[in-house]
Ligand binder design. Structure first.
Ligand code: FES
Ligand code: FES
Length: 162
């Protein structure tokens, strides 16, 4: 079967890869581009482990075809840390023990980044609602929510008070 040639931007870098029509974006990220931080939990859009952003919108990469990423800008967990420094959300997960096995963590962090970017006044309730598409089998929600609230506070604080 003929493969499709896809060109896209992933974490700010221009990339190109070949993929079959039915290959998901998740498989392309992991198998074609070696970006294995994005996890596969259910393959049916139910767990959020595969969350990435495409043109700034949070998506389940298991529900999107690789060919649909052509010409688009994709962000994955690998693009969060910069110059050896953890992203504030990653740092908050570390400080507030927001992970156990870590399998859901990349998706949680990508979902949290979207949530924080879209809301300047997050509460515990709105974080819990915002994360309803992300499941943690270790059930560490309490600390995940704490970490996201702490990261939101830091990221929305005026630069002078940081
Ligand atoms: S692997 Fe995509 S939502 Fe579970
Ligand atoms: S930390 Fe194990 S699934 Fe969430």
């Amino acid at each position: 079967m003929a493969k499709h040639h896809v060109t896209a931007t992933v974490n700010g870098d221009a990339v190109e890869f070949l993929c079959e029509t039915q290959e998901t974006l998740l498989d392309c990220l992991r198998d074609q581009l070696g970006l294995t931080g994005t996890k596969e939990g259910c393959s049916t859009g139910d767990c959020g482990a595969c969350s990435v952003t495409v043109d700034g919108r949070l998506v389940c990469s298991c529900l999107m075809l690789g060919v649909e990423a052509n010409g688009k800008s994709v962000a994955t967990i690998e693009g969060m840390a910069r110059d050896g420094e953890l992203h504030p959300i990653q740092q908050a997960f570390h400080e507030h023990h927001g992970l156990q096995c870590g399998y859901c963590t990349p998706g949680m962090i990508m979902a949290a980044a979207s949530l924080i970017a879209e809301n300047s006044d997050l509460t515990e309730e709105s974080v819990r609602m915002g994360l309803e598409g992300n499941l943690c089998r270790c059930t560490g929600y309490q600390n995940i929510v704490k970490a996201i609230l702490a990261a939101a506070e830091e990221m929305h604080a005026p630069a002078s008070s940081r």
